[in-house]
Write a protein that binds this ligand. Structure first.
Ligand SMILES: Nc1ncnc2c1ncn2[C@@H]1O[C@H](COP(=O)(O)OP(=O)(O)OP(=O)(O)O)[C@@H](O)[C@H]1O
Ligand SMILES: [Mg+2]
Length: 249
């Protein structure tokens, strides 16, 4: 990957919690319109890696270079990192339960967490067209007028992905999206993430191997805070070390 194609690069990043190295000289790079799956056993450091990228956790050493000018994200606050185009989806959906799908998406569009402001200010026709496009992208067109609280777990996850996409991120980090989903919902989620990766880079942490296989992308295996293997799903699942530490458990 040349510098121009690299969106995010971790360079020998380490972080310890009470002397335990959760992330250990971790180096890897993501391209600007890449879909990447991250797998690895429990405690491998997958979530911590996302915490470091989003500024929630500060690394003890190493660099996290991002964007066209390879700025070090560690000099930025969490909100500045979000502003710079890094969106993150947590495991539990954080949608406004009492607002409709339409209202949630409109709120996200304005990147304004004050619901009253948006609800009392008339939204423009352009907003509405954009919301319709987003709803279509995440498969919620038929549910625009339902409150988020009425949606299924899977639909809430999609709504949140839609809300993240509304902010036009350059990089989307998604931690275990398939957890608690039905097989059909999982399939729909893979399609959605693959589509999203056409407009931004998407990094997906997931344990479900079928899900990862369907993503049909490069896979990075983390173990003890470092990259153990990287390549196609078929490449990594045949790697002896991967079998030992991860699949052979
Ligand atoms: N804030 C923290 N304080 C102390 N230890 C932490 C903290 N965050 C993570 N850890 C430890 O760091 C290690 C890596 O945790 P992390 O949550 O990143 O793993 P993971 O790969 O996401 O695992 P899982 O698949 O279970 O979600 C674990 O041993 C965890 O207990
Ligand atoms: Mg985790």
């Amino acid at each position: 990957m040349t510098r121009a194609e690299t969106l995010l690069e971790l360079d020998k990043v380490s972080v310890s919690f009470d002397g335990f190295k959760a992330i250990n000289e971790l180096s890897f790079a993501i391209g600007s319109a890449e879909l990447r799956a991250i797998i690895g056993p429990n405690g491998a450091g997958k979530t911590t890696m996302m915490d470091i990228i989003t500024g929630k956790t500060r690394a003890d050493s190493g660099q996290v270079k991002y964007g066209d000018h390879a700025i070090d994200l560690q000099n930025l606050s969490e909100s500045a990192i979000a502003q710079a185009g890094i969106g993150r989806k947590f495991q539990r959906p954080t949608v406004f339960e009492n607002q409709t799908v339409l209202e949630n998406l409109t709120l996200a569009l304005h990147n304004d967490r004050s619901p009253l402001k948006v609800l009392f200010n008339k939204t423009t026709e352009m907003d509405r067209r954009r919301v319709d496009t987003l709803a279509d992208e995440v498969g919620l067109t038929d549910h625009l007028h339902r409150t988020a609280g009425e949606l299924s777990h899977g639909q809430k996850q999609w709504l949140e992905i839609g809300m993240l996409l509304a902010q036009e991120p350059r990089l989307l980090l998604v931690d275990e999206p398939a957890a608690g989903m039905t097989p059909q919902e999982r399939e729909h989620t893979t399609d959605m993430l693959k589509r999203a990766a056409k407009t931004c880079a998407v990094v997906v942490v997931e344990h479900d191997m079928e899900f990862v296989r369907r993503l049909d992308c490069r896979v990075t295996v983390l173990h003890e805070g470092s990259v153990l293997a990287e390549g196609s799903i078929d490449h990594v699942i045949q790697d002896r070390q991967v079998i030992e530490v991860y699949l052979g458990r």
